[in-house]
Design a protein around this ligand. Structure first.
Ligand code: NOJ
Length: 546
């Protein structure tokens, strides 16, 4: 068994500060707004906040384009506010995990400004500049935000690499001085007492653009090991890498403690199951449910004792899960949101809740493209229009997959702008805040919020949920998701109906137990006869057998 760590039974809550809570009524969320909601998070029971970037930034990509890693974005507040947030969170036993964007900076970072102004300065090599080839881009590498990944620097005639927007030039990790400057910055935040880091697209830092290698480059793990040793390795913090291309084999390289790299990674294999293989996220396909079970099962079993999983349905880049794989109709929204949460939270790993997920917040459909803000989505819209796609089809993709689905302001109550701000928010509020909001959830003991709260508590009370063996049942069943967690003589059985029709089934396993107790269900009157289980639409039940 792995050495026990504090983050093994912790639950993380992700805050996207721009959309969380606006304290000064300028339409943009801020640090003081977050401080004002810490008691709400304490009530939910979470242990850690992952804060999407709050550093100085011109906001081409909402803070993922950093112009000063050691300063705070003006709209969000000051360093004093940040110190207060750390302090106020600490009082409540909540740790703050910062978002580290180490693959690129903003083009307004002083290193890049100097690199452009003075091609002979040492900062030129902090980035990736290449000569033109036949008067054109060095090669056909594409940006994840559409178009070429190379932009011409008119002054020198060379091109620089940007795997994201033009305003996010990629850093050159081959340069040791550059790496050391990043490590100093990481230590600056560790000295402030942060509880860890989420490492943005960390699997790209070993890139070899001349060979068109972007993810999982040859020196990637060497760099991460070095960073670990020079920064957080001797601190008891949580580190989680964002790694789109990870397989379980790769995940073990990152998260096996003996390798001294990261605590865990975000893998995205389950996330791509409603895409057409080989195409982009915008090309929609129905979810392959059997495959979903297979993917979870693989990650649960393969990482056992050799790494650690993170568990998530949502983040600021993904559509809302209840609109995606649940059912966001009035009748089934709450039931299906709770069902999805149950399936995820009883697995082995550290669960992440994205702001508003605990209320069952849904995707949004704005009529006009002018109401959207996300650079990825807007670039795709322009590119597809110019390629002759029908606008209607483009909007369909945006409604299903656009990142702004997750970025509309948090719903605190049914007042103006959902209680997020008294000013016009930077992006429109989802109109359903009138009936989906935190105030209403807190008042209702059967709310989605209270279901999440109970899931967090169960993880604290039942060691079986944290360390128990995972066994998937009914892997080929077309609508049942069921599994057992087992530790010593205790078993936790999770059964869920992923869809809207009644399902009756006989448990085909001798579970050998005396007592059966329901720990949680999303219906008031679930049956505790597990020999013959009848699951209604989206019903999900957690049994404890001893
Ligand atoms: C991943 C982040 O989650 C996303 O929001 C951002 O646009 C890219 N990395 C670039 O930093």
């Amino acid at each position: 068994m792995l050495e026990k760590k504090w983050w093994h039974n912790s639950v993380v809550y992700q805050i996207y500060p721009r959309s969380f809570c606006d304290s000064n009524n300028d339409g943009i969320g801020d640090l003081k707004g977050i401080i004002s909601k810490l008691d709400y998070l304490k009530e939910l029971g979470i242990d850690v906040i992952w804060l999407s970037p709050v550093y100085k930034s011109p906001n081409d990509d909402n803070g993922y384009d950093i112009s000063d890693y050691k300063d705070i974005m003006d709209e969000f507040g000051t360093m004093e506010d940040m110190d207060n947030l750390l302090q106020e969170a600490k009082v409540r036993n909540i740790k703050i995990v910062m978002d580290l964007v180490l693959n690129h900076t903003s083009d307004e970072h002083k290193w890049f400004i100097e690199a452009i102004d003075n091609p002979n300065s040492k900062y030129r090599d902090y980035y990736i500049f290449r000569e033109a080839v036949n008067g054109k881009e060095p090669n056909d590498l594409e940006s994840i935000f559409s178009g070429s990944a190379w932009k011409l620097d008119e002054k020198s005639g060379q091109y620089y690499l940007h795997l994201f927007s033009k305003k996010q030039p990629d850093l050159n990790w081959e340069n040791e001085d550059m790496r050391n400057e990043l490590y100093d910055m990481i230590n600056f935040w560790l000295d402030k007492g942060v509880g860890g880091f989420r490492l943005d697209v960390i699997d790209l830092v070993g890139k070899q653009p001349d060979k068109k290698i972007t993810g999982n480059g040859p020196k990637l793990h060497e760099y991460i090991h070095e960073m670990n040793n020079k920064t957080f390795g001797n601190k008891d913090v949580l580190t989680v890498g964002e790694t789109w291309g990870a397989t379980p084999e790769i995940a073990k390289l990152y998260s096996n403690p003996s390798r001294e790299e990261l605590s865990m990674i975000f893998q995205f294999e389950h996330i791509g199951l409603d895409e057409i293989p080989g195409k982009s996220k915008w090309d929609l396909a129905p979810l392959d449910f059997i495959k979903l079970k297979e993917v979870f099962n693989k990650w649960q079993t393969e990482l056992k004792n050799e790494g650690w999983n993170s568990l998530f349905w949502n983040n600021h880049d993904l559509p809302r899960i209840v609109s995606r794989w649940g059912n966001d109709s009035e009748e089934y929204r709450e039931l299906s949101a709770k069902m999805l949460a149950t399936i995820l939270h009883m697995q082995m790993g550290t669960p992440y809740i994205y702001q508003g997920e605990e209320l069952g917040m849904t995707n949004v459909k704005f009529d006009s493209i002018d109401d959207y803000r996300d650079i990825e989505l807007l670039n795709m819209y322009k590119e597809r229009l110019s390629k002759g796609y029908k606008e209607e089809d483009i909007m369909k993709s945006i409604y299903a997959k656009g990142r702004d689905n997750a970025r509309t302001p948090m719903h605190w109550d049914d007042g103006e702008n959902g209680g997020f701000s008294k000013a016009r928010p930077w992006i429109k509020v989802n109109p359903n805040y009138k009936y989906i909001n935190a105030k209403k959830n807190l008042e209702d003991k059967n709310s989605v919020f209270n279901h999440y709260k109970r899931l967090v508590q169960i993880r604290k009370e039942e060691e079986t949920v944290v360390y128990g063996n995972f066994e998937l049942l009914y892997k080929d069943h077309k609508s049942i998701f069921a599994y057992i967690r087992e530790l010593n003589n205790e078993k936790i059985l999770v059964v869920a109906n992923f869809y809207g029709d009644n399902e009756e089934f006989i448990l085909d396993k001798n579970l050998n137990y005396k007592n059966c107790e329901i720990l949680l269900s999303n219906y008031k009157d679930s049956n505790n006869n597990i020999e013959k289980i009848n699951l209604r639409a989206y019903e999900a039940i957690i049994y404890k057998l001893s």
